[in-house]
Design a binder for this molecule. Structure first.
Ligand code: CDP
Length: 209
């Protein structure tokens, strides 16, 4: 079984996806980390993530060590990710890896993937598609707390603005824009706890198993 979880930044996709994978004994892939890795690789080489040549070269030769780099989670990597992610050549270079993982997960039981286009482009055949969303204020507050917990200085206005800019870029791009698949179940987590989101998602998965 493939479970596709899409949605905007800091909506709770990653938390939910990890928990579902652990509960079901499935493998988990955070597809955003691939785009973050490409963005970070371009930044480290002194390049511009909006430059198609630099972004394509990084995507075709992604250094997998970067996926464990502490800088992968910071806002510079997030913004670079969203710039490289708008480019068709970058998305094409990362597609096979994601599809292979979903169809032949290492543990052989099932896969949970989270991102922006898992249900629409990467795995349109996924048995379960969830679109996890929340108000931009709720999401910015979660991201602010994450950054503060990681010991980074973070300013509310800047976090909210960055998130709105990134959502707008992810939703308006021509290639694989952020949007729910026609057959996705939308869960708004604005006033739900992580436990409530997990229970709601598990009920949907169980109904399909
Ligand atoms: O953790 P957060 O939700 O903030 O972001 P992420 O999932 O790590 O994704 C970072 C960026 O990568 C997004 O803003 C998208 O531009 C891009 N991305 C994408 O285009 N397609 C995906 N399947 C996953 C991420």
């Amino acid at each position: 079984m493939i479970i596709a979880i899409d949605g905007p930044a800091a909506a709770g996709k990653g938390t939910l996806a990890r928990r579902l994978a652990q509960h079901l004994g499935y493998d988990f892939l955070d597809t955003g980390s691939l785009y973050r890795g490409v963005g970070l690789q371009v930044l480290r080489a002194g390049g511009d993530p909006a430059d198609p040549k630099a972004a394509k070269a990084a995507a075709e030769r992604l250094d997998l060590k970067l996926l464990a780099d502490p800088d992968l989670r910071d806002e510079a990597a997030a913004n670079a990710a969203s710039l490289v992610a708008a480019q068709p050549a970058v998305r094409a270079a990362l597609l096979d890896f994601q599809r292979n993982f979903a169809r032949k997960p290492p543990g052989g039981r099932g896969a949970v993937l989270d991102g922006r286009d898992v249900g629409t482009v990467v795995c349109p055949e996924a048995e379960v598609k969830l679109f996890i969303t929340a108000s931009s204020e709720a999401r910015a507050l979660r991201r602010l707390r994450e950054l503060q917990e990681a010991g980074q200085a973070a300013i509310w206005d800047a976090v909210l603005q960055d998130m709105r800019d990134r959502d707008a870029r992810d939703s308006r791009r021509d290639v694989a824009p952020l949007k729910p698949a026609a057959d996705a179940v939308v869960i708004d987590t604005t006033s739900l706890s992580p436990d409530q989101v997990f229970e709601a998602a598990l009920a949907i998965v169980d109904a399909k198993r």
